[in-house]
Design a protein around this ligand. Sequence first.
Ligand code: ZN
Length: 311
Amino acid sequence: MKRFLACIALALTLGAAPVSAEPLKVVASFSILGDMVERVAGDHVELTVLVGPDGDAHSFEPGPAHAAALADANLLVVNGLGFEPWMVRLAAAARSKATYVVASFGINPRDMEKDSHAPESKSDGDKEGYPAVPHDFDPHAWQNAANGVIYVRNIADALAKADPENAGTYAANAAAYIAELEGLDAWVRAEIAKVPAGKRKVITTHDAFGYFGDVYGVEFHAPLGFAGGAQPSAQALARLIDQIRTEGIKALFIETMSDPRMMETISRETGAEMGGALYSDALSPGGGEAPSYVAMFQHNVPLLVEAMLKN
Ligand code: ZN
């Protein structure tokens, strides 16, 4: 009898295990999440990234290839916080049965309206279900490296659940990666501390650095809002130009995924020098300046420090 039960148990285990020849199919909504999945999963999964390097997730328009990738996926990794407004429709069109993981689940979200921290009772829905969250929150939570740690934990947990056979590898990779991100966070703090507090003011294209500013103590201003896109009103632009002149802000940046023309106009109007291009919502292609989440900070932070010291 004992042996019979053991056989049944074995059969059940085998039945429940994923077919090992088929790697887990994972879809990540944009390049930064794709990099995180790659760091945790290595080549144990087959990864598709919807909004690739230098892409703008805010204005992304998915096509049939994206729907096909999603139709096939076992696990879908999204940022949440309203960053992928096109995802609900895409997942429905693809009849996706993928499990969702919201990478930002558990971070302390910034309120877009009040430009301050939202009450903790507001959350981004369930970790397991794609949240129908109105666009109340600033979605750019990854710009705080400590939030990156939370993202990686969520991704590693979801991978382990979806592919228990490789759970040990995912946990070990995540632990090493998290240690690296904690070191990165400390490095960013130390670098920003080289700039006197009164000089920590930066102009960027859109409001992508609110979390960075909150945690590392830098004031960011942008002509475009949290989702980029729409042009600012003439009054809003004039106000910003006034502020740049009055406060003597010299640190002016374009973002790699955005049209540089507006920032060039502001630079001409104010005499503020272009400090270069920041990576905000997308990584560079492989071999570029910021092909990974870690490299994004390593690229942005020295540029920010150099430009702010001129303020
Ligand atoms: Zn953005």
